[in-house]
Design a binder for this molecule. Structure first.
Ligand SMILES: Cc1cc2nc3c(=O)[nH]c(=O)nc-3n(C[C@H](O)[C@H](O)[C@H](O)COP(=O)(O)O)c2cc1C
Length: 213
């Protein structure tokens, strides 16, 4: 299997970085091919703007949606977007790993989605290419993330509510919308308060999950 591992954490010595290293080693051990997009290390620009397009359909008024639909046909995306799109085309599985920020993914990763999984590339409402006919059909996607809050807080009836429900804006409205199959999320709760032993246990649990993919 070909895996694109999209990772967002600003600190190479973090628990999240250890999770990323564990996953990549486990995938390679199983004979999978891996490409890594380490977004902070790449200093990936998460801001969608007019300069994302090397030619403009309408130079007077910037309409990101229509420019992306056109660029998907002509290839007029900036080189950083094109490089990531090539990785997406290559991959069977897109794995997104991150620390939860305000019950979602960090902005740098959301910006990767905004710019790379563009209209015309991931989906196209004009040609009704969504869900069963999404343009990334045949691929799978998975979230792996850590929280600061305990599991009870992110459960149904807990103070924040079910974390899976919050993340449906990504798992359902982005991944499934684009035709991808969503694998169960891997979650490490209360990662910021974890003792070393618990951290080692969680890395083992992640290694096992990844090895079973
Ligand atoms: C800007 C910011 C927002 C955060 N928002 C949340 C949140 O909404 N829920 C939560 O459980 N933890 C939140 N946290 C805590 C992080 O998720 C937690 O520190 C991280 O998962 C621990 O992993 P690490 O040790 O690899 O950094 C937030 C942290 C930051 C810096």
């Amino acid at each position: 299997m070909k895996v694109l591992y999209i990772f967002a954490h600003p600190e190479p010595k973090s628990f999240n970085a250890a999770m990323k290293d564990t996953a990549i080693a486990a995938l390679k051990d199983k004979g999978h091919e891996v490409k890594l997009s380490d977004l902070y290390a790449m200093e990936f620009n998460p801001v969608l703007k007019a300069s994302d397009f090397t030619e403009r359909k309408n130079p007077d008024i910037f309409n990101a949606f229509l420019e992306a639909i056109k660029a998907s046909k002509t290839g007029a995306f900036s080189s950083d977007i094109k490089e990531e799109m090539e990785k997406v085309k290559w991959a069977d599985l897109l794995a997104f790993q991150f620390p939860i920020y305000f019950t979602s993914m960090p902005a740098i990763m959301k910006g990767w989605i905004d710019r790379v999984l563009a209209p015309g590339f991931g989906f196209n409402p004009i040609t009704s290419s969504a869900y069963d006919t999404g343009l990334l059909k045949g691929k799978a996607a998975m979230l792996a993330f850590t929280t600061g809050a305990p599991k009870e807080m992110y459960s149904e009836g807990g103070a924040h509510g079910d974390i899976h429900r919050h993340l449906e804006s990504i798992t359902h409205c982005v991944f499934e919308y684009m035709g991808m199959k969503v694998l169960p999320s891997f979650i490490v709760y209360e990662a910021s308060a974890m003792k070393q032993e618990k951290g080692i246990e969680e890395l083992e649990r992640y290694k096992k999950r990844i090895s079973e993919l």
